[in-house]
Structure formats: structure tokens, C-alpha cells
Design a protein around this ligand. Sequence first.
Ligand SMILES: Nc1ncnc2c1ncn2[C@@H]1O[C@H](COP(=O)(O)OP(=O)(O)OP(=O)(O)O)[C@@H](O)[C@H]1O
Length: 243
Amino acid sequence: MPDTPALALTGLSKHFGRPAVDGLDLLVRRGEFYALLGPNGAGKTTTLRMVAGLLAPDAGRIEVMGIDLALEPTAAKRKIAYLPDDPMLYGKLKPYEYLEFVAGLWGIEGAAAEPRARELLAWLDLEQHAHELTEGFSRGMKQKLALAGALIHAPELLILDEPLTGLDAGAARQVKDLLLSHVQQGGTVILTTHILEVAERLAGRIGIIQHGRLIAEGTLDELRAATPGATLEDLFLRLTGPA
Ligand SMILES: Nc1ncnc2c1ncn2[C@@H]1O[C@H](COP(=O)(O)OP(=O)(O)OP(=O)(O)O)[C@@H](O)[C@H]1O
């Protein structure tokens, strides 16, 4: 169904002694580029980990492309690529070996995965390192390879936790171009970032969460409508700062 949201969260909650995510309702449409912002400890990573199926919610519902994650976890997870903020690679593997390994986890055979692996490594400018072990990679190179791994099974919904942190300007541009191209081809991107300029420039809609709840949401223009002339940083600090 084309009208089915890419992601629908209803009353999502997770407590670690105290609430980390607190009855969160969130709806992201197909084809959107959605930025989830919030101060440290707001519950962004906890939310994304629940959506990726890595953490069980205490309450609430997660639907990915209309598929209930609790009822059909495998089908829902197939639709998703999740890039954590601290991706794990296998140091003794070379890039193609790593991508082949990840493809295998999705049931894609090596030969079938190779054209996409080539395309992703070329796009992320990693081809010249194809014969090196990933243990010698810089942080940015590891980040880019982990992104390629997340994309190897051609998912519709990309969920990325701080994907641009630690990348130099060139690498950040490559990753941003890749994400924009995913959206141009009809895919959906949800990312968290502390780089407000990234949200300003890339996102169609922005959600701001604090204490595990959505406190503001809209396009940049909608968010700014109430306070003409304000930057996203002004708004963010006003909304999330001390009362
Ligand atoms: N495994 C855990 N055990 C205990 N508390 C946790 C755990 N994971 C997260 N928390 C707590 O949940 C709250 C939300 O954390 P979360 O990592 O989701 O925030 P965040 O918005 O991603 O923050 P940041 O911007 O700093 O990455 C914090 O108070 C954090 O201390």
C-alpha cells in the first residue's frame, strides 16, 4: 500500500530504571528524509535500537512498512538497514569479504552480492582499499564500510545513528549524496544527528525529542513559523533548554 508509512511508532516506551523512551508516537512517510534531533540522553539511540529489533520495548508498537515488528520480526527487519553509532567490523576481513559476509547473513550469495558491493565501495571511494584488512582503516573508512554493509541487502528504510560524526568533509559529502540518492529513488531515510546544519540542509521533516517524547515536529519552515528569523539552533536550544 503506497499510503502505508515507512515507520509508525505508537506509544513506544523503554525504561532503564527511569524512562528512556516514554510513550513515543512517531510517523515517517515513505520517501521522506527525516531527522530526529534531541539533546544527549533524549532517547534517540534507544528508539532506533528498538526499531532495528535489537532492544525489546516495554510497551508500544513498531510498524515498518505496515509490518508489525513484534509479530513478523524477520519480514520487518528485511525492510530496514540500521547503522549504529559504533558499528562493529571484523578486523581480519577485507572490504569485499566483509560485504560478502553481511550479504550472506541476508541469504544473498557472494556472486549475487558482488555488483552491489562494487557499486557501494565505488560510491564511498573505498575501492582503492579493497585489498586491505579493515583493522587498518581509519574511523571514517570504517564508518563508510559499515554503511555499505547496512545497504548491501537493498533495504527500503535506512535508519542511521549519527552517520556523519567523525567524517571529513569529503567523506561526509559522499555519505550525504548516497542518502539523498536513496530518497530520490523512493527510499526512506531516518537519521539522528547533533549537526543541526545536516538536518537543516537534508531533512524534509525534523522531529525533536526530549525525555523520550516528541516535543516538536515539522518542516524547517513549519518549525520556524512561530519564530521568524530563528535558526534551527535557536529553536532547538529554546525548546530543549532549561525552562
Ligand atoms: N543499556 C542501558 N542501560 C541503562 N540506561 C540506558 C541504556 N541505554 C540507554 N540508557 C539511558 O537511556 C537514556 C536515553 O539514552 P539514549 O542513548 O537513547 O539517548 P540519545 O538521545 O541517543 O543520547 P546521545 O545524543 O547522547 O547519543 C539515557 O538516560 C541513558 O543513560
